[in-house]
Design a protein around this ligand. Structure first.
Ligand SMILES: Cc1ncc(COP(=O)(O)O)c(C=O)c1O
Length: 409
């Protein structure tokens, strides 16, 4: 595979030519990515030309609705799922909350749900609250030495009354890419639903969702170069089995059953911007037309190759440093470029300030993976540092980060 054309990639992100961001290196991408030019253009165009109630017969309204439908169709094709299986809500936290309310109605006291302590709280708290309806919530715990979830520990937790298991494709702190298919097969063998948080995985290339075997797969578009929306796949089967949460007269409309809040029309239309960008990356590097799922695989592989090449030197530096504790794997294989660490004898918060003074934007805290950070032995209110990057990050930015850490630690 030839390399990612970084000049082309970076020219698609206005942030890289924004004077106020000059010399700033963005290392908090797991919190939120820059938006691609196409997303910004779609939002701007929608607000100028079609900012009316969609789906009526007058032209601006009809066009608005058509644009929203196209966005859903295009993203669903990229994920290899049906259009009716993709829902857009305000955020992943909100989407999990709605599904949890559906489960509250569906499950009976004594039924069990398994959550992990490797997840972001969005994929824990919504399910844990069901304890007040008599649901038993069990925790699949990480190994505190490695920060990894071991599949064998899940096997011991699955029981005849287990109805759902919520786990992460990739933690926003540990960053290991969990063996989703192996886990979903195990969950299905136990007769339960598999609910997978893909928020930290998708910025690095959206997956073929059916290949993962998830019944629900969630991610956040504001981390995937798009607008502030949560995307949620629900299999047709699970959609039909769960009680709807929307207006009663929409009960038979699959894509409206789990989005009780009115969706943000402009942002849904702007998902076309993400798809235009992904299409442009494919066409620029591969040329020929191809089915959407094949394009998705090619773009994912290309992002991953670039990110892996940049990640390994950073992991090598951090793991070799005597005062740095790196969280997660030392090897880039099966790891997202989200790198959390702490430094002995130095506060993470003050180090973040000094890095910021050098033009490097890192996150600090628990990243709402509160239980994970606590299980790793940290004070969750102090937390750890996190350098997270994506395919638009350059080798020079990585070198700057390593040099800055070398001088400050
Ligand atoms: C791994 C992970 N899951 C879930 C969420 C929640 O997403 P949202 O902000 O869309 O609710 C986040 C947000 O940072 C996250 O990093």
């Amino acid at each position: 595979m030839t390399a990612l054309d970084l000049d082309f990639i970076r020219s698609s992100f206005p942030a890289f030519s924004e004077p106020s961001l000059e010399d700033f290196a963005h290392f908090e991408n797991a919190g939120g990515s820059y938006a691609c030019r196409q997303t910004i253009e779609w939002l701007d165009r929608f607000y100028r030309q079609t900012k009316v109630q969609p789906y009526y017969v007058f032209p601006a309204s009809r066009t608005a609705g058509e644009q929203m439908d196209a966005a859903r169709r295009r993203m669903a094709a990229w994920l290899n799922v049906g259009g009716d299986e993709l829902h857009f809500g305000p955020s992943t936290s909100q989407n999990t909350y709605v599904i949890a309310q559906a489960l509250r109605q569906e499950l009976t006291p004594g039924d069990e749900i398994i959550v992990t302590n490797q997840d972001h709280e969005a994929n824990i708290g919504a399910w844990s609250r069901l304890e007040d309806s008599g649901i038993v919530v069990r925790e699949w715990k990480i190994d505190p030495e490695t920060a990894e979830l071991n599949v064998i520990d899940l096997e011991a937790l699955l029981r005849p009354r287990t109805r759902a298991v919520a786990f992460t494709h990739c933690s926003n702190v540990v960053a290991s890419i969990n063996p989703v298919r192996e886990i979903t097969d195990l969950i299905h063998d136990a007769g339960a639903w598999a609910i997978v948080d893909g928020v930290s995985f998708c910025p690095h290339g959206m997956p073929d969702v059916p290949a993962l075997g998830a019944d629900i797969y969630l991610f956040s578009l504001y981390k995937v170069y798009g607008p502030h929306l949560g995307a949620m796949y629900i299999s047709s089967q699970m959609n039909a089995e769960l009680p709807y949460q929307g207006h009663f007269f929409n009960a038979l409309k699959p894509a409206a059953r789990f989005t009780p809040a009115g969706p943000d029309h402009a942002q849904i239309a702007a998902v076309n911007g993400v798809m235009d960008y992904m299409d442009s990356v494919y066409t620029h590097h591969h040329g020929d037309a191809a089915p959407a799922a094949d394009k998705a695989a090619a773009v994912r592989d290309r992002f991953r190759a670039h990110e892996t090449a940049l990640l390994q030197p950073l992991l090598d530096f951090l793991s070799a440093h005597p005062r740095i504790r790196l969280i997660g794997k030392q090897q880039a294989a099966n790891r997202a470029p989200t790198v959390a660490f702490s430094v002995a004898g130095q506060s993470s918060a003050s180090l973040a300030v000094r890095l910021s003074d050098l033009g490097l934007g890192l996150g600090v805290g628990n990243f709402y993976a509160y239980r994970l950070v606590e299980a790793l032995g940290y004070d969750p209110d102090d937390g750890v540092l996190r350098a997270s990057f994506v395919h638009y990050t350059s080798p020079e930015e990585i070198s700057r980060l390593i040099e800055a850490l070398d001088s400050l630690v």
